[in-house]
Design a protein around this ligand. Sequence first.
Ligand code: AMP
Length: 278
Amino acid sequence: MKIVRDVSEIRSALESHRKAEQSIGFVPTMGALHAGHLSLMRAARSTTDVAVLSIFVNPLQFGPNEDFSRYPRSEERDFELAEEEKMDVVFIPRVEDMYPTDAAATVTVGRLGEIVEGAARPGHFDGVATVVAKLFNLVDADVAFFGQKDAQQAAVIKRMVKDLSFRTRIQVEPIVREADGLALSSRNVYLSPEDRRQAPMLNQALREGAAVIMDRGSVADAERRVAEVATGAGFEMDYGSVVDPETFEPWAGGPALIVIAARLGVTRLIDNLQVIGR
Ligand code: AMP
């Protein structure tokens, strides 16, 4: 497994594979790897000839009062896991190389980046789209793997790829959960033991919201139920909404996605659940 830290070296590191006409799979992450990331690495390993993992805690996607500086970092352990998952290349660039002080160009995705999670975290999706565009240009993968855990992020990336004609195909993998339903997240390490006991109620809230939709209840009733279950478990709601899975506009029939973001103590968690349309 090759570890590449220099932005100027990643293209040449992949050149021999490209010359040999091997397909390249790419898994972008912020590190602190867990089983959710491992499932993306396995999907890459089984889909493409060459598997590239990137680890980059992207300052551009964190707001001023968010957790950039204390975001969990575990480089050595991440390398071990990447090795176990048979990654060919780990790209772990430095912030100052990714964003020289004179860097000015960014990518925005319009309304999809500004509603729901985008409204709760202004600028977040522009930061995501910008770093992913840059990583896509450097790695030039055939397929890139994203988790359904960050459903709106996956939608934003698909939009960017389509609108800006990137050649990379996007493959979205299902959410990996703990046995009690809590979606795996690098931020779960922030949870106190008491918070950890309550945390699965975030998923429970989604399930109860979905049941309301399936029982032909109204969107308002479903959203009320989601908020009720989550706040009852001690969460402070950012949003709990039934949306269109592609546009993230309010749901108006067809397949629905229930998305939630809520805070438990110092920890902000997100989750989502697809609901068969009616
Ligand atoms: P992150 O390191 O949090 O930026 O996540 C990197 C990638 O892993 C993103 O595509 C996430 O959606 C995906 N991911 C994170 N958590 C999970 C999970 N529990 N299940 C599946 N994919 C996940």
